[in-house]
Design a protein around this ligand. Structure first.
Ligand code: ZN
Length: 390
């Protein structure tokens, strides 16, 4: 990303100059995609030409973690809890595999690459359902080799760069939650397109800030796509038949497209952009007032035993904005994965263990679903409590 104090920041999708940030937070901490507090300001730009939302890239986020005690390897968090359905936990990797299989209608023996696969948990879930698939994995690092070795033959593994012999090979390329980190989204998509056979299928997920407003201020996501900027970058990278599904994953765009042949197709008209720009500016306003809202509620309930429900992004955001942690007892979270952690130096407990002494609960969940989730948690409803919602 080009940053020039005189000119401003160039949009990573269309190259327009973005002007002053739509959102800027210099105090306290920023929050990363893995729910860690990071001692850096958050700066977010909105492009008025294509609707793209972007955050300047961090060179080495590991150097900035404010609370280093919970640092461990979990680059894709594919074992995050996605949903609890009829009392059964559905983890993200399983959900992603289910959606990919439903969207792709893969032929028997199809060659499928997971590009930016992390530990490879999604491709493993996909293979469990479709053992006939010829699966391959790629990531920019080789720290996941041991995990890959459990389900992928060595000749179908690539780290750092893909081998030349993979060009034009794949019937389908999958990419889950990687494009948001790409400082060069055109280059990222061109790299994927090169690996696909002509007419091959792309299946990609990327965070949807419209469904999950927290993504707007996730400090290590360079790209926060709006539908117009997503369509534009895909068209410019040579993809056709682009379909964007905003329902199949509750916090992400699910994109399906094909590798086009010949001329690039035009992206969306600029006239479509204005309403998305307005939406994005609204998210900036939401987050600008969120810090004040947390602290106002804290002042009104000072000294009362409190807990935070939700230990992911939103819970960490609230914890990072509270000025006094002495009455904060613990986090509550339904995810077993989260219960194994300490967050902000506090334990993460199953919701059923909520003690009667806690009478203030900060709800650290996606605001779009927070009230519905809280209504369904028996222990929160056992007695009257004061709830804070973002
Ligand atoms: Zn733009």
């Amino acid at each position: 990303m080009t940053i020039d104090a005189e000119i401003g920041v160039a949009c990573l999708v269309c190259g327009a100059i973005c002007g002053t940030p739509a959102y800027r937070h210099d105090g306290a901490a920023s929050v990363s995609s893995t729910g860690r507090a990071v001692a850096l300001p958050t700066v977010v730009y909105v492009c008025r030409r294509c609707g793209h939302v972007q955050t300047p890239p961090l060179d080495d986020i590991s150097g900035y973690y404010a609370n280093a005690y919970d640092v461990h390897l979990e680059s894709d968090d594919a074992d995050d809890l996605y949903a609890v359905r009829d009392g059964v936990a559905v983890y993200r990797a399983q959900h992603q595999a289910n959606v990919a299989l439903a969207k792709l209608s893969l032929a028997a023996g199809a060659s499928v690459l997971d590009y930016g696969c992390g530990k490879g948990m999604t491709i493993r879930a996909l293979l469990a359902a479709r053992p006939d698939v010829n699966a391959a994995v790629f990531d920019v690092s080789d720290v996941y080799r041991d995990a890959w070795n459990t389900s992928i033959p060595t000749e179908n593994q690539a780290a750092y760069a893909t081998p030349a012999k993979w060009d034009g090979r794949f019937d389908a390329v999958l990419s889950f939650f990687a494009l948001e980190h790409a400082g060069d989204p055109h280059g990222f998509l061109a790299g994927i397109r090169r690996l696909m056979r002509p007419g091959g299928a792309l299946h990609l997920t990327v965070p949807n800030v419209r469904r999950n407003v927290g993504d707007f201020i996730v400090v290590d996501h360079v790209n926060h796509f709006m539908p117009t900027s997503l369509r534009r970058v895909l068209a410019e990278a040579g993809f056709v038949d682009v379909r964007i599904d905003e329902e199949a994953h509750d916090a992400a765009y699910v994109v399906n497209a094909r590798r086009g042949v010949g001329d690039r197709v035009a992206g969306p008209a600029e006239s479509e952009v204005a309403s998305y720009v307005e939406e994005a500016v609204g998210y900036a306003a939401f987050w600008s007032t969120a810090t004040e809202a947390v602290q106002e509620f804290e002042n009104e309930h000072r000294g009362r035993p409190a807990a935070i429900y939700g230990s992911g992004f939103y819970g960490v955001f609230i914890a990072s904005r509270l000025t006094d942690h002495s009455n904060l007892a613990y986090f509550l979270d339904r995810s077993l994965h989260q219960q194994a952690k300490r967050v902000h130096g506090l334990p993460v407990l199953p919701p059923e263990t909520l003690g009667d002494e806690v009478d203030v609960v900060y709800v650290g969940l996606n605001p779009a679903r927070a009230r519905a989730i809280v209504a369904g948690v028996e222990s929160l409803q056992r007695r009257p409590r004061e709830f804070f919602y973002l």
